[in-house]
Design a protein around this ligand. Structure first.
Ligand code: ADE
Ligand code: ZN
Length: 334
């Protein structure tokens, strides 16, 4: 099973590029850009990654992102993740970026998107990795600030497939971003939102009803409402679940308590993703191993999860069929 998980071609749909910043690159960029870190050694950094909830992680995550200054820093960050994709046999990835984390520090929107985009282009040529970019609004900021960010994004519309919503969930409900999501939909963007990560299942209903999202990021709190479970099943709405993130942020105390298998067996369209792998202790294959070992997943479970990701991605139907064919060929031989 271990080799099967490692080798099967996969897609990833929930990955924050700022969450792939490894301590080594953080130190290197801090020195290059003359940024003072709160840590003296890589061990100090790793010790700080001891989270009690989402906010305790976000504070450290935003602070780490301060080392990213120039276009080449965003390039290096992204290219390092794409090398991990190659190692994890990820052949398609849909990457989140948080421009407001950077523009608030005086970094230009184009510095961020050009650095990321160049790395995506190079990885396509060097590793044949297919990718899409999703721009997230920070939900702890105002809707007005989200509108300003959307305006910037329009200039780079050819590089951005969708709009998402992340950061501090509790107290920042989907309703706060109703108007800006409506505008984004009219502009032709795909829509996603983090919902039901640590706030209640009501946020999932609201993301569907008020924001019109195409996918739900996380969504694990859906289990607490039968009517919503039925709705997600009937409409096969994709949930981008992130197992290691959920245990690191204490959404579940132990991987053995994670509900991904239960949701899969109920018939929900669940997928496996790494969220912020540098902070949560593992990339995509590690997430698959963690659930496979702790929840006793079958080979069929793994295949279903992998196919769900390709089928729920924002690529053309033709491209989806090509990728599913690659997966089927792998299964035939393994
Ligand atoms: N930003 C980065 N990771 C996040 C997560 N898991 N939830 C909300 N916002 C995030
Ligand atoms: Zn996330």
């Amino acid at each position: 099973m271990k080799n099967f998980i490692n080798d099967i071609p996969k897609a990833e749909l929930h990955l924050h590029i700022e969450g792939t910043l490894e301590p080594e690159l953080m130190f290197k960029l801090a020195t290059k850009n003359n940024i003072k870190l709160n840590y003296k050694t890589i061990e100090d950094i790793k010790k700080a990654y001891n989270f009690t909830n989402l906010q305790s992680f976000l504070d450290i995550y935003y602070s780490g992102a301060k080392v990213l200054i120039n276009e080449e820093d965003f390039y290096d960050l992204t290219f390092d993740y794409l090398k991990k994709c190659k190692q994890n046999n990820i052949i398609h990835t849909e990457i989140f970026f948080d421009p407001q984390t950077h523009t608030a520090r005086g970094i230009k929107f184009e510095t961020v998107i050009n650095g990321i985009s160049k790395a995506l282009e190079d990885a396509k040529n060097e590793f044949s990795i297919s990718s899409k970019l999703i721009m997230c609004f920070l939900r702890h900021l105002s809707e007005e600030e989200a509108f300003d960010t959307l305006k910037e994004a329009i200039k780079f519309k050819d590089k951005i497939i969708g709009i998402g919503l992340d950061s501090s969930e509790i107290g920042n409900p989907p309703s706060k971003f109703k108007n800006v999501f409506s505008k984004a939909k009219n502009l032709g963007f795909k829509l996603v939102a983090h919902a039901g990560e640590e706030a209640g299942f009501e946020y999932i209903n609201d993301a569907l009803d008020l924001l019109n999202v195409d996918r739900i990021d996380h969504g694990v709190q859906a289990i607490n409402n039968n009517k919503l479970m039925q709705r997600l099943k009937d409409n096969q709405i994709a949930l981008t679940v992130c197992p290691l993130s959920n245990t690191k942020l204490k959404v579940f105390e132990d991987m053995k308590e994670h509900n991904i298998k239960q949701m899969l067996e109920y018939g929900l369209n669940v997928t496996v993703n790494s969220d912020d792998p540098s902070y949560f202790g593992g990339y995509l294959n590690d997430n698959f191993h963690a659930i496979s070992n702790n929840l006793n997943l079958s080979k069929e479970n793994i295949i279903k999860l992998v196919k769900n990701s390709f089928n729920s991605s924002f690529i053309s139907n033709e491209q989806k069929a090509k990728f599913i064919n690659i997966v089927d060929e792998f299964i035939k031989n393994n």
